[in-house]
Design a protein around this ligand. Structure first.
Ligand code: AMP
Ligand code: MG
Length: 408
C-alpha cells in the first residue's frame, strides 16, 4: 500500500471526490492478483480476471425470428408457392428448392437460397397446399443474420467485469462452462465500542445493540467478499492491538466507531503505533471522520460508528475501494437527477446524502436525517445528494443514487 495521505489542515474538510480518488489509488496499489477457475453457475457476484473473447459467431447461422415461411424473394413471381421442406429449431435444412418455400419455425436455420421469412399470420395455405403471401415483404425480413450478436474473436466481457445473471447467460450462450475470476477479497469486520451488545443478549444500562456488524457483513457478502466477522472490540488499547494482530491474513480490516478523535479512539492509537494512520475529515454528512491506514501490513478503513454514517461512507467510499481492489473499473454508483420534492434553504459545508425516495418522480427525504437513525434508510430507496454550498428550491434538479445499485 502506498503511504496514506496526511490529513488536511485543521478545519479544512476533504471533498468526497478527493477522498474517493485517494482510496482508489490505494486500492490500485494493492490489487488482488490471485484468481480461480469456477464453474459458470458459481461466478455470481465475482469479478472476471481475464478478457473473455467470443469463440463463436452468434447466431452461428442465419435463423428465423418467426414461425412462418422462408422463400427467395428475389426470384419470387408473386404466385403461391408449394412447401418443399419443414425446418424446426435444431434441424439442418436442405438448400431451398427453387420456386418453393420452406415451412420454418423460430430459431431454425434459414435454408441456403432463402432471403426472407414471412410470418405465418401473413400467409394463407390454399386447398392445394400452396402458400399465398398476403402482405408486401422485404428481403432479409425476420432473419437474424449470422454473427448479429457476436463474431469470433470479439471482446465480449473485459477483465474487471462484475458477473451476475446476465453476464452468466451471455457466457453460457458462447459455450463457456466456467470462468476465471478474481479471488474473493477477504474483509474483516470489526465493531468497536464498550456500549455494544449483540442482538439476542439482554441490554444493560448504557448499552445498545450492534447494528453495524450485520449490516456490513451482509452487504460485503452481496459484493462478493469473503467476510471475517471479527466481532466487537472493547474500548481498550491492549485488546485492540491483540485482536487486530489476529487479522493478519485479510485484505482489509473494516471497522466502525471509535474514529471521532475522541479519547476512545483506540483503533487510531493502535494504527499509529503499529502501522500508519491518517484521519480524514470529510466534507460528507452523515459521516465526516474516516480512518485510513494500516495495521502492520494490513490496510484498514475505519468508518464512523453512527449507523447512517456507516452506511453512507461504506456505500460511497469503502464499496468502490473494495471493488477496485478486485479490478473493477466502474466502481461509482448509478446517479441521475430528479426534481427535488423538498426545499434546502441553507447551504451546508459538507455534501449531504439524505435518505430519500422517489414519489411521483420527485425526491422526497425522510423526516429525521440524524446519523443515528438507520430507519431513514429503510424508508428510503436512495441517497439524495446535495452538494456543499448548494441551496435548493422545490423543483430544482438534485442527484439521486438508488440504494439498489449501491447494495449490489
Ligand atoms: P463512535 O465513533 O465510537 O464514537 O460512535 C459514534 C456513535 O455510533 C455512538 O453513538 C456509538 O454508540 C454508535 N455506534 C458505534 N458503533 C456502533 C455499532 N456497531 N452499532 C450501532 N451503533 C454504533
Ligand atoms: Mg465508540
Amino acid at each position: 500500500m502506498k503511504p496514506v495521505a496526511k490529513p488536511g489542515k485543521t478545519g479544512a474538510l476533504m471533498p468526497v471526490e478527493v477522498a474517493l480518488a485517494r482510496l482508489l489509488e490505494m486500492a490500485e496499489a494493492a490489487p488482488i492478483v490471485e484468481h480461480e477457475h469456477l464453474p459458470l453457475a458459481q461466478v455470481q457476484g465475482r469479478v472476471l480476471s481475464e478478457d473473455l473473447f467470443s469463440t463463436l459467431d452468434l447466431p452461428p447461422w442465419p435463423n428465423s425470428a418467426m414461425d412462418g415461411y422462408a422463400l427467395n424473394l428475389g426470384q419470387w413471381n408473386g404466385q403461391p408457392l408449394s412447401v418443399s421442406q419443414k425446418v424446426f429449431a435444431g434441424q439442418s435444412p436442405q438448400p431451398l428448392k427453387p420456386g418453393t418455400c420452406a415451412r420454418i419455425f423460430t430459431g431454425a436455420p434459414v435454408p441456403a437460397g432463402a432471403d426472407c421469412v414471412e410470418m405465418q399470420e401473413n400467409a394463407e395455405v390454399e386447398a392445394d397446399g400452396k402458400v399465398r403471401f398476403l402482405e408486401p415483404m422485404k428481403a432479409g425480413q425476420n432473419i437474424r443474420p449470422q454473427g448479429q450478436e457476436t463474431t469470433v474473436g470479439e471482446l465480449i466481457l473485459p477483465a474487471g467485469t462484475r458477473l451476475g445473471p446476465i453476464e452468466q447467460g451471455l457466457a453460457a450462450s458462447l459455450g463457456c462452462a466456467g470462468l476465471k475470476v478474481v479471488r474473493r477479497v477477504r474483509v474483516a469486520v470489526v465493531s468497536t465500542g464498550d456500549e455494544l451488545v449483540e442482538p439476542g443478549q439482554a441490554l444493560g444500562p448504557g448499552q445498545i445493540y450492534n447494528s453495524n456488524r450485520v449490516l456490513l457483513c451482509s452487504w460485503l457478502q452481496r459484493l462478493g467478499c469473503e467476510v471475517i466477522d471479527a466481532g466487537i472490540l472493547p474500548d481498550d488499547l491492549a485488546t485492540t492491538r491483540a485482536r487486530l494482530g489476529e487479522l493478519q491474513d485479510v485484505d482489509l480490516i473494516l471497522s466502525t466507531g471509535g474514529v471521532s478523535v475522541g479519547e476512545a479512539d483506540f483503533l487510531g492509537i493502535a494504527l499509529r503505533e503499529e502501522g500508519e494512520l491518517a484521519l480524514w475529515k470529510l466534507a460528507i454528512k452523515p459521516g465526516k471522520p474516516l480512518t485510513v491506514g494500516h495495521f502492520r501490513c494490513v490496510p484498514v478503513i475505519g468508518l464512523p460508528g453512527n449507523p447512517a454514517s456507516t452506511l453512507v461512507t461504506f456505500a460511497l467510499l469503502a464499496r468502490p475501494y473494495l471493488l477496485r481492489r478486485q479490478g473493477v473499473r466502474e466502481v461509482e454508483p448509478l446517479k441521475f437527477t430528479v426534481p427535488a420534492g423538498f426545499a434546502w434553504p441553507v447551504a451546508g459545508n459538507r455534501r449531504e446524502y439524505l435518505r430519500g425516495r422517489l414519489e411521483q418522480g420527485r425526491a422526497t427525504v425522510y423526516r429525521n436525517q440524524s446519523s443515528g437513525v438507520l430507519r431513514s434508510a429503510v424508508w428510503a430507496d436512495g441517497l439524495v445528494e446535495v452538494v456543499e454550498g448548494r441551496t435548493l428550491s422545490e423543483g430544482d434538479e438534485v442527484a439521486f443514487i438508488p440504494l439498489s445499485d449501491l447494495l449490489g
